[in-house]
Write a protein that binds this ligand. Structure first.
Ligand code: S3P
Length: 453
C-alpha cells in the first residue's frame, strides 16, 4: 500500500494484447485521481478529522498520502477502505525530514508545492524519470511572486527545494497555460496568504479545486468577467474537516468505453462516473464519431454530477476535434487516437500543445505507437491526424513511463489484426492498478509477460 515508484528503481514488465470480442458486463473504475489528490491535501490543512471514501489507491495518490504524512498530518487507511486524515490547520504543515518523492505524479507535486509555498518550511521535492523531465517553471514563477524561493539542480526541473514564504503576499495571476495544476497551486498557496489571491483563467480547465475548497469552507469566489474567469481566495480562513466521497474517474472509464465501442459484440457499463463538464470532452467526441453511449441515472454525489455510462459496439467515423475542447479531454487523447485508428476516415485533433508536457510527450508517443502498428498518422507541433479503418497491429509500443499510453495501446491490441505489445505494464499502477485484471475478467485477451524481461 505505502509504496511509490522510487526514482531510478523502475523495472519494466511488457504486456501483449490480442484481438478480442464479446466483452460484456460491468467495469469497476476506481476513484478520480484529481479529486483524490485534492481530498488528501485539503484534509491535511483542516484542524480535525476528515474521512475519504472511494479514494483512488494508485501509486500517484499513495505518494500524496505519504507526502501529507511527511508534512505532519496523520493519515490512516481503515480496514473498511476509508481513509481518515487528521489535519494540522492552515499554515500548520511541518518541515519534512527528507525530500518527498512523488513518483510519476505531476498533480501531486505541483499542488503540494502550492500548498507549502506560503508556509515558512523547507521542502525537498522529487519524482521518477518522467516527472523529473517535466516543466516546473509554470508553478515556480507564480509561487516565487507569492514569496517562496525555489532552488532547482537543473533550472525549472525536479529535484527542487522549496523554501516557503515567511511573509507571503497575495497576487493576481493570469494563467499563461491552460492548466488546472497551475491554477490549483496558486489557489492552495492563497490559503495561508493574507488578503485575496486571484487566478485569471482565459480557457476553462477542471474546477475540482474550486469546488472542494468551497466544500471545506474556504472563502473562494469564481466569477465570469467577459471571456475570463476570475477565481479569488481569501487566506487565513480556517477550513472545516469534511467527508469526501470520490466518484469514479472519467479518465479511467475512457479505456473501458472505447474498448466497448471498438471490439465486436461488446457492451460495457461503468457506474458512478463523474460528469463534471470540464471533464466530458471525450464522451462528446465519441458520440460525434457515432459511438453508442448511453448515460443513465444522473445524480449528485459529493458536489459532483455522476451517472452510469454504457457503451456498445459502434461503427465509428472520423471527426475534427476542435482545439477549444482540449482542456476537457486532455488526458483522453491517447485513447481517442485508438478510436480514431478504428474509425472510418480521418480524425484531426487540434490544440494539443499541452500534450507535449504530460507524463511523456504524448503527441509523439501516440503517433509512434500507432505507426508501429501500421496506422497512418500525421503530426504537427500541436496537432495529430489519424487515418482510420485499418489496424494491422503487430508492433511493440514504447510507453515512456506513461500510464495512459500503456492502457491506450493495450486497448489497440484488442482490435488490431495481429497482437500488439507494450514495453511496460507496471506504469499502469500509477492511476489504475486493477486495469489489466478487470479487462481480463471482461474477456479481453491480455497477457502480462512477467518472466521475459
Ligand atoms: C490535473 C490537471 C491536468 C491533467 C492531470 C490532472 C489536475 O494537468 O492532465 O492529469 O488534477 O489538476 P494540467 O493542469 O497540467 O493540464
Amino acid at each position: 500500500m505505502w509504496q511509490t515508484i522510487l526514482a531510478g528503481s523502475h523495472r519494466s514488465i511488457p504486456l501483449r494484447a490480442r484481438r478480442s470480442s464479446g466483452l460484456r458486463g460491468r467495469f469497476a473504475v476506481p476513484g478520480d485521481k484529481s479529486i483524490s489528490h485534492r481530498a488528501l491535501m485539503l484534509s491535511a490543512v483542516c484542524v480535525g478529522k476528515s474521512t475519504i471514501t472511494g479514494l483512488l489507491e494508485s501509486e500517484d495518490v499513495i505518494a500524496t498520502a505519504k507526502a501529507m504524512a511527511a508534512l505532519g498530518a496523520y493519515v490512516e487507511r481503515a480496514q473498511d477502505g476509508r481513509w481518515h486524515v487528521h489535519g494540522l490547520g492552515v499554515g500548520g504543515l511541518a518541515e519534512p525530514e527528507i525530500p518527498i518523492d512523488f513518483g510519476n505524479a505531476g498533480t501531486g507535486v505541483r499542488l503540494c508545492a502550492g500548498l507549502v509555498a506560503s508556509t515558512p518550511i523547507k521542502v525537498g521535492l522529487t519524482g521518477d524519470a518522467s516527472l523529473r523531465s517535466r516543466p516546473m517553471n509554470r508553478i515556480i514563477t507564480p509561487l516565487e511572486k507569492i514569496g517562496a524561493r525555489v532552488d532547482c539542480e537543473t533550472p525549472g526541473r525536479l529535484p527542487m527545494t522549496l523554501h516557503g514564504a515567511r511573509q507571503p503576499v497575495p497576487i493576481t495571476y493570469r494563467l499563461p497555460v491552460p492548466s488546472a495544476q497551475v491554477k490549483s497551486a496558486v489557489l492552495l498557496a492563497g490559503l495561508n496568504t493574507p488578503g485575496t489571491t486571484t487566478v485569471i483563467e482565459t480557457v476553462p480547465t477542471r474546477d475540482h479545486s474550486e469546488r472542494m475548497l468551497a466544500a471545506f469552507g474556504a472563502e473562494i469566489t469564481s466569477e465570469l468577467n467577459g471571456d475570463e474567469r476570475h477565481i479569488s481566495i481569501t487566506g487565513h480562513t480556517e477550513l472545516t474537516p469534511t467527508d469526501v466521497s470520490v466518484p469514479a474517474d472519467p479518465s479511467s472509464a475512457a479505456f473501458a468505453l472505447v474498448t466497448a465501442l471498438v471490439c465486436k459484440d461488446s457492451e460495457i457499463t461503468v457506474e458512478n462516473v463523474m460528469l463534471n463538464p470540464t471533464r466530458t470532452g471525450l464522451i462528446e467526441t465519441l458520440r460525434e464519431m457515432g459511438g453508442d453511449i448511453e448515460i443513465a441515472g444522473r445524480r449528485m454525489s459529493g458536489g459532483e454530477e455522476v451517472a452510469d455510462i454504457t457503451a456498445r459496439t459502434s461503427a465509428l467515423t472520423g471527426v475534427n476535434v476542435p482545439a477549444e475542447r482540449a482542456p476537457s479531454m486532455i488526458d483522453e487523447y491517447p485513447v481517442l487516437a485508438v478510436a480514431a485508428a478504428v474509425a472510418d476516415g480521418t480524425t484531426h485533433m487540434a490544440g494539443l500543445d499541452e500534450l507535449r508536457v504530460k507524463e511523456s510527450d504524448r503527441l509523439a508517443a501516440v503517433a509512434a505507437g500507432l505507426e508501429a502498428n501500421g496506422v497512418k498518422v500525421r503530426t504537427g507541433d500541436n496537432w495529430l491526424e489519424v487515418d482510420g479503418g485499418k489496424v494491422p497491429g503487430g508492433g511493440l509500443v514504447k510507453t515512456h513511463l506513461d500510464h495512459r499510453v500503456a492502457m491506450s495501446f493495450t486497448v489497440l491490441g484488442l482490435v488490431a489484426d495481429a497482437p500488439t505489445a507494450i514495453d511496460d505494464s507496471t506504469i499502469i499502477a500509477t492511476s489504475f492498478p486493477e486495469f489489466t485484471g478487470q479487462m481480463q475478467e471482461l474477456g479481453a485477451s491480455i497477457e502480462v509477460l512477467s518472466n521475459r524481461t
